[in-house]
Write a new protein. Structure first.
Length: 179
């Protein structure tokens, strides 16, 4: 299954020419057989971040959005605060697994990462730290396998069509225990 994936780098200093993390994600997306649906670099401003993500959340042809940068603890690291209000659901296991895997590389410094993921308007949203190593780890160990329909016992790619189901829609006829 080929997915359309948008990449957003959050940085006040990077350009397309020196955005190593964004470029790594673009390369990995293509190598996995997916399609780069959009790419942008935006400043560390919560309202600009929300505006860009909101535009992509209503755009056709985008199944997943990956942000890189802005997940740390400094005053300019605003990605979690910008993105969380837009999410329908948070995928708690993503941040937990990212930090667990990251611990093998950087030790307890991993607690400074606020990597997160969730769903919004039927799309997947991943927020990664800005380092190339963090993007490589997240893509190779978590995101790529979850966007591959061959990953068993389950994967996020297969769930995409169901992410738009209304929350209040009954799952089917209700049966009593006697049935």
């Amino acid at each position: 299954m080929t997915l359309g994936i948008a990449v957003l780098t959050v940085s006040d200093t990077r350009t397309l020419q020196d955005d190593k993390s964004g470029s790594l994600l673009v390369e990995r997306i293509a190598a996995a057989g997916h399609r780069l649906a959009a790419r942008a670099i935006i400043s560390d401003d919560r309202f600009h971040i929300r505006a860009q993500i909101s535009n992509w959340l209503i755009a056709e042809g985008i199944d997943a959005i990956i942000l890189t940068g802005g997940t740390g603890l400094t005053g300019r690291d605003l990605v979690p605060e910008a993105v969380q209000p837009l999410l329908d659901r948070i995928i708690d296991g993503f941040g937990e697994l990212f930090r667990w895997l990251s611990y093998e590389d950087i030790g307890p410094s991993t607690i400074q990462s606020r990597a997160l993921a969730g769903t919004a308007n039927g799309k997947l949203v991943f927020c990664l730290p800005g380092s190339r190593g963090a993007c490589e780890l997240a893509w190779d160990k978590i995101i790529a396998p979850q966007l591959d329909t061959n990953t068993r016992p389950c994967n996020l790619a297969e769930l995409l069509p169901r992410l738009r189901e209304p929350a209040d829609k009954p799952a089917g006829p209700h049966r009593s225990r006697r049935d």
